[in-house]
Design a protein around this ligand. Structure first.
Ligand code: ATP
Ligand code: MG
Ligand code: MG
Ligand code: MG
Length: 470
């Protein structure tokens, strides 16, 4: 059996048998890390263990970690529905060594798992190494017996990981699966690497240095290992599918969405079903971990995800809330591995339903406005910022929802026009303020308002607030 639940168990059991402590997934909201919006990699909960600030009663560990990449440095929101390999919520399985084993054992554990336990054909696999990392290059040759042309040297930051401007860092090595030449795409490092033919399934990070300052880097006395393998991606390979959305879990979610809407997952509707399945998953898991839709910060990211899914449900002809009706299918698929879904099921359901009924009130009228305003536009044109702002301000359309709605037609949104409209509205509000005559209070009031909007606006891009990548 190669269902996601079995694959997760196989992974964790394998590393348990190899001496690793099996650690439960941490929540999606990272505690004691205000710089990070959501847990976006398996190493996040271990950050302080890697830096030595925290110690644990084990020196090696393995997890299947819930991750969300829908904002900040890793934002895959715009990829969902368009690539075969990205979700907003996914599980990253990993093994970690905190100053215990290093490169050689990490590579041999990984190679043994994928070629023996998972029995992937060796001739479909290729790996990358950081261009200066001769040690990793030689180890792949020795351990995996890969020919040199399938060990690709990469000079970009894709193959050099760092925790931030300072702190642990080091080269990494990524394992790719070749899904065949009927799919567009080239090997890593080639001009067509963004295609979906060669799909990255596993990233092995070799933390061997400590960046002390911009120009000083030292060897870590006890180098560490951090790896991340996408459960859905490896499931696709093991189930003989190219596309993550064709694995058991997503097939079942999409079948339910097809049943509910009566619209087949074909042609132009395929992306909508995928977006709904994916966004339902991230919304449900975020709510289970305590995030509620709101107008700023994490809650606004959740709101954006939910509203995007709702627009796609509308495209499929849904005229009343649907997401909450799909929830039992998700809980059936993932509730055993993640009991928090069971515990929070009623809350998730209510939250989905409430947000959907609220947004329904303006969604229809907003879409009509968008339709009218963009009717004359052609590929390469931009929607004026004024309209995008009106959609945002009056109809509750997050900016990325408007962008997503126009994307299929190759139309952009005039972002600076959008910002101008927002600033203009604030200035007008200030000018029209009759007020109490108390200048000091008014100034504070307006400044607070602007600050509040500024945080809300950060929801689109919190790049600056985030430091962690894998
Ligand atoms: P890609 O280049 O395909 O976007 P990545 O290099 O950003 O992937 P990493 O940050 O190295 O990914 O994360 C480790 C692993 O997690 C990846 O090798 C992949 O298997 C998985 N992964 C990353 N992002 C996603 C996603 N959005 N959806 C599903 N799996 C993902
Ligand atoms: Mg990525
Ligand atoms: Mg990558
Ligand atoms: Mg990677």
């Amino acid at each position: 059996m190669n269902g996601v639940n079995e694959i997760r168990s196989t992974f964790l059991d394998y590393f348990r048998q190899n001496g690793h402590e099996v650690v439960a997934s941490s929540p999606l909201v990272p505690h004691n890390d205000p710089t990070l919006m959501f847990t976006n990699a398996g190493m996040v909960p271990f950050k302080n263990v890697f830096t030595g600030l925290e110690s644990r009663p084990y020196s090696t560990a393995t997890t299947a970690q819930k991750c969300v990449r829908a904002g900040g440095k890793h934002n895959d929101l715009d990829n969902v529905g368009y690539t075969a390999r990205h979700h907003t919520f996914f599980e990253m399985m990993g093994n970690f060594s905190f100053g215990d084993y290093f490169k050689e054992r990490a590579i041999s554990l990984a190679w043994n798992l994928i070629t023996k336990e998972f029995a992937l054909p060796k001739d479909k696999l290729l790996v990358t190494v950081y261009h200066e990392d001769d040690e990793a290059f030689d180890l792949w040759k020795k351990i995996a017996g890969l020919p040199e042309e399938r060990i690709i040297r990469i000079a970009t930051s894709d193959n050099f990981w760092s925790m931030g401007d300072t702190g642990p860092c080091g080269p990494c090595s990524e394992i790719f699966f070749d899904h065949g030449d009927h799919i567009w795409g080239g090997p890593p490092g080639s001009p067509e690497e963004d295609g979906d033919r060669f799909i990255e399934i596993w990233n092995l990070v070799f933390m061997q240095y400590e960046q002390i300052s911009a120009d000083r880097r030292e060897n870590l006395p006890r180098p560490s290992i951090d790896t991340g393998m996408g459960l859905e991606r490896v499931a696709a390979v093991l189930q003989g599918k190219h596309d993550n959305y064709d694995i058991d879990l997503f097939r079942n979610l999409i079948a339910a969405s097809v049943d509910l809407t009566g619209v087949k997952a074909e042609g132009e509707h395929r992306a909508s079903h995928r977006v709904i399945a994916d966004h339902l998953r991230s919304s449900a898991f975020l709510i289970a971990d305590g995030v509620l839709p709101s107008n700023e910060g994490r809650g606004y990211v959740l709101r954006r995800i939910m509203r995007r899914a709702m627009r796609h449900a509308e495209l499929l002809g849904a005229r009343e809330p649907v997401l909450y009706k799909l929830l039992p299918v998700l809980v059936g698929e993932m509730g055993r591995a993640y009991p928090e879904l069971h515990r929070a099921e009623a809350l998730i359901s209510e939250t989905l339903k409430l947000e959907e009924s609220r947004f329904r009130k303006t969604l229809d009228r907003g879409l009509t406005l968008l339709d009218e305003a963009s009717r004359e536009l052609e590929k390469g044109d931009s929607l004026d910022g004024e309209t995008a702002f009106k959609l945002y301000d009056t109809y509750g359309f997050p900016l990325d929802l408007t962008q997503d709605a126009l994307r299929a037609r190759g139309i952009h949104v005039d972002l600076s026009g959008f910002q101008d409209a927002m600033h203009r509205q604030r200035a007008e509000a200030r000018a029209h303020w009759q007020g109490s005559g108390d200048k000091a209070t008014e100034t504070i009031w307006f400044e607070l308002g602007e600050k509040h909007e500024a945080t809300e606006f950060l929801g689109y891009d919190t790049e600056k607030a985030e430091g962690i990548t894998l």
